[in-house]
Design a protein around this ligand. Sequence first.
Ligand SMILES: Cc1cc2nc3c(=O)[nH]c(=O)nc-3n(C[C@H](O)[C@H](O)[C@H](O)COP(=O)(O)OP(=O)(O)OC[C@H]3O[C@@H](n4cnc5c(N)ncnc54)[C@H](O)[C@@H]3O)c2cc1C
Length: 407
Amino acid sequence: MTARQESRTQVGIVGAGPAGLVLATLLARAGIDSVVLEARSRAYVQARVRAGVLEAPTVDLLREAGVAGRLDREGMPHTGISLRFAETPGGPAEDHRIDFADLVGRGITVYGQQEVVKDLLADRIDDAGLPVEFEVSGVEIHDVTTDAPSITYTAADGTAHRLRCDVVAGCDGFHGTARSVVAPEIVERVYPFGWLGVLAQAAPTTDELVYSHHDNGFALYSMRSPEVTRLYLQVPPDTEAGSWSEARIWDELQTRLACDGFTLNEGELLEKPSVTGMRSMVASPMRHGRLFLAGDAAHIVPPTGAKGMNLAIADVRVLAEAVERFYRDGDERGFDDYSATCLRRVWRAEHFSWFMTSMLHRFDSSTEAGDPFGVGLQRSQLRYTVTSRAAATSLAENYVGLPHGAV
Ligand SMILES: Cc1cc2nc3c(=O)[nH]c(=O)nc-3n(C[C@H](O)[C@H](O)[C@H](O)COP(=O)(O)OP(=O)(O)OC[C@H]3O[C@@H](n4cnc5c(N)ncnc54)[C@H](O)[C@@H]3O)c2cc1C
């Protein structure tokens, strides 16, 4: 048997999603070495279509880190969203704009998660020549309660490795392994529906996202570029994406998004439709010894609030600052505070995502009548949100993103 190859870095990062890559970037800017280990290929992680809404504080952070050149050129700044709903069941839907710029003086930027990942990988690998090891397998994290943890793994070429480090960041997403090493308490809520998502070669017909509350269920109209729309339909959670024909998807989108003066452009589907389950999950604490969880490894939000990727990036900002303090001053207080600091923002995002999900989806589709009391509450909340400046401001400041460190 060949011996394990041994190497050393300061911070070992498992996972090259937004959390792992932003952390590696912030550490590099602070002169701290890291190695990123990723189970998939570079092509795969660069093509994985997921989130698309960047909060204002996320954009600020990417700019400060010097990785927002293309984001600033190609990202689409939005200063509001529309809530679309009918005053009465079965009545005509109307749009009600939530004007972020007027209410909170900031906006969001629509820019695909895979574009953020591409920019971060280009910066790290192509420009700086720093290490990301793709297609690793068998990752195991060791000795996290000592000051000399390590990560063992098999590299893409089949060789066995041990990476010694001072700190391990578990940025390996919801299905990763780092969370089991921390063994946190998990609290969760699973919603009785999923989202069927399609990406279409069709020019957006509005400049902003439309969140539509409809008797048939929720629909979201969003976009990824001036030529590509991203659309979602609420569906039962066990739906097979392949069981919906293209014609049925477009019919249902036309029905749920119908509104006077609005045209839904149809176009070729650019990838197979997929169904995402809707859940909320929080793991706490997010730290065990020298192992720190960040992003989806520690928490999941339903996508209605567009918070998943933003939270992942907010976590690693806190972690990067703690690591910097440790190397600069030998001070571990940032490590001690990490979990509590992150969890305050996590719970704010969990609440906002739950609020948006609860206000917009049909909850009881088991009977034709559904849940008239629940629907009455939803319509009341929607009306209040679009008629009260205080309620609209609350939605706007959460959607645009509270400043890092504010909660
Ligand atoms: C289908 C889908 C649609 C979504 N849509 C939205 C949306 O519209 N808006 C929104 O805000 N959020 C959305 N999200 C959530 C958002 O994409 C996530 O919150 C975000 O990706 C979290 O980033 P992360 O870096 O924590 O995790 P990930 O992006 O999941 O990255 C984790 C990385 O770790 C790697 N990995 C896993 N296990 C191992 C291992 N053992 N060894 C090495 N590497 C490993 C994975 O391959 C992956 O590259 C969506 C998620 C999904 C799944």
